[in-house]
Design a protein around this ligand. Structure first.
Ligand SMILES: NC(=O)c1ccc[n+]([C@@H]2O[C@H](COP(=O)([O-])OP(=O)(O)OC[C@H]3O[C@@H](n4cnc5c(N)ncnc54)[C@H](OP(=O)(O)O)[C@@H]3O)[C@@H](O)[C@H]2O)c1
Length: 382
């Protein structure tokens, strides 16, 4: 059947409209390209000034301020914070590239050092975005992959054979992975869990950075020594954090749903134990939730009654999805100091980065990467 004149005109109008939009996009792209080249030209000038004054080329504090300012300008934009973050870390990396000779040797530049997060599931892990941004911003030729793994023993052999430089280990492999490593750091051995592998000249060494990450996040807001600290939960994270609290000189109480798991952890850490169902009042300075209660999609859940909170407490939640959990929101309302789960996550990642690369971690950039990824998750419900 022949198209009617009316239909042909409609198709022509649509095509013209589409082409008009495409020409507009082409003009915008040209403008963006011109602006980016102008930006790089200025970065080159800055590079000369830095060289003259023997100042450091990489200034991740300044770079994180640049991105943070753009985040606040972009509140109502169509561009997601995650896309904005990725575009600007790439521009910053290009600027840095123009300012300095990369610190890695030419051969290291040719082949990237490979890293992975190994767990199951890992599709929602924020580690790839956090570490990839950190590599990019400091000019490290690293590649970081999410790997969903069932057989941890085979996976560890694979890491070795493929000369991975390191890996993050997550649920459910943090304990079982220890059987397959060449060596385990003292602290990880005491905690009985590994969340980080470092390949040291072909030997795979296990570390635990969950413990130090949590302590660093908490220490940014309060001291731990001689404080009464209650940890809710008795799983892997509770074990790492409880160990850290004891090492810092805190008085530890474990509160847990199952008596058996709670008593075992309390015994191992030489701590007190109270079953969750028997907590009718709380007398602690620091309260830390290490259970998954309150995590998306159950965002209205809270690990214990809000009536038990007191405004002198520092309240930390290691759940970071959502960032402002019901527990933190209730604690914030009555004036408690709060510590969110993203800070522990970022600090444990920063320590992994330093173990792998021997370069000071760009913590502020890593934080923005995690916040941008969480923002996108919030908006897309992912
Ligand atoms: N922010 C970070 O960097 C970071 C790092 C590690 C983990 N995490 C998060 O921390 C959470 C725990 O991780 P994990 O490795 O310790 O897990 P895990 O080993 O499975 O331990 C889970 C703990 O939560 C308790 N629990 C689970 N559901 C509960 C409920 N409905 N009511 C009361 N208690 C409940 C369990 O009690 P029972 O003993 O009674 O089963 C157990 O003590 C996860 O959400 C994980 O994503 C965050």
């Amino acid at each position: 059947m022949k198209p009617s004149n009316h239909n042909t005109e409609k198709v022509d109008a649509t095509t013209r409209n589409l082409e008009k939009h495409r020409r507009e996009i082409d003009r915008i792209d040209e403008k963006l390209l011109e602006l980016m080249n102008r930006r790089l030209a200025i970065a080159k000038e800055i590079g000369k000034i830095k060289e003259h004054h023997k100042a450091a080329v990489i200034d991740t504090t300044r770079e994180s301020h640049v991105i943070q300012r753009l985040f606040s300008l972009n509140q109502d934009g169509l561009l997601t914070q995650k896309a904005l973050f990725q575009i600007f870390t790439a521009i910053i990396a290009a600027s840095r590239g123009i300012q300095q000779v990369p610190f890695q040797t030419p051969s290291a530049k040719l082949l990237p050092s490979i890293f992975a997060v190994i767990g199951n599931p890992v599709s929602h892990s924020l580690s790839p975005m956090m570490h990839t941004s950190a590599f990019e911003v400091v000019g490290y030729n690293g590649l970081y992959l999410p790997l969903e793994v069932d057989d941890i023993g085979l996976a560890v052999s694979g890491l070795k054979a493929l000369k991975f430089k390191g890996a993050s280990i997550t649920i459910p492999h943090k304990v079982s992975v220890m059987d397959f490593l060449d060596e385990t750091d003292d602290m990880a051995r005491k905690i009985k869990a590994v969340n980080t592998i470092v390949n040291r000249n072909g030997r795979l060494v296990g570390y635990n950075t969950d413990c130090s990450g949590a302590i660093r996040a908490l220490s940014a807001k309060t001291t731990i020594k001689d404080k009464d600290v209650t940890v809710i939960g008795a799983g892997g994270a509770a074990r790492a954090i409880g160990f850290g609290v004891k090492s810092e000189g805190g008085r530890l109480t474990i509160v847990n749903r199952s008596k058996e798991n709670g008593e075992k952890l309390a015994r191992d850490l030489d701590a007190a134990f109270i079953p969750l169902a028997e907590v009718h009042q709380l007398s602690c300075d620091i309260l830390i939730n290490t259970t998954s209660v309150g995590m998306t999609p159950h965002i209205d859940d809270i690990p214990l009654s809000k009536e038990l909170l007191d405004n002198h407490m520092v309240v930390m939640d290691i759940v970071y999805n959502p960032l402002n959990t019901r527990l933190l929101s209730e604690a914030g309302k009555i004036g408690c100091t709060t510590v969110d789960g993203a800070s522990m996550f970022i600090y444990q990642g920063a320590e992994q980065f330093e173990l792998w690369t021997n370069i000071k971690a760009p913590v502020a950039i890593m934080k923005l990467a995690v916040l941008a990824a969480l923002d996108e998750r919030d908006k897309t419900g992912g």
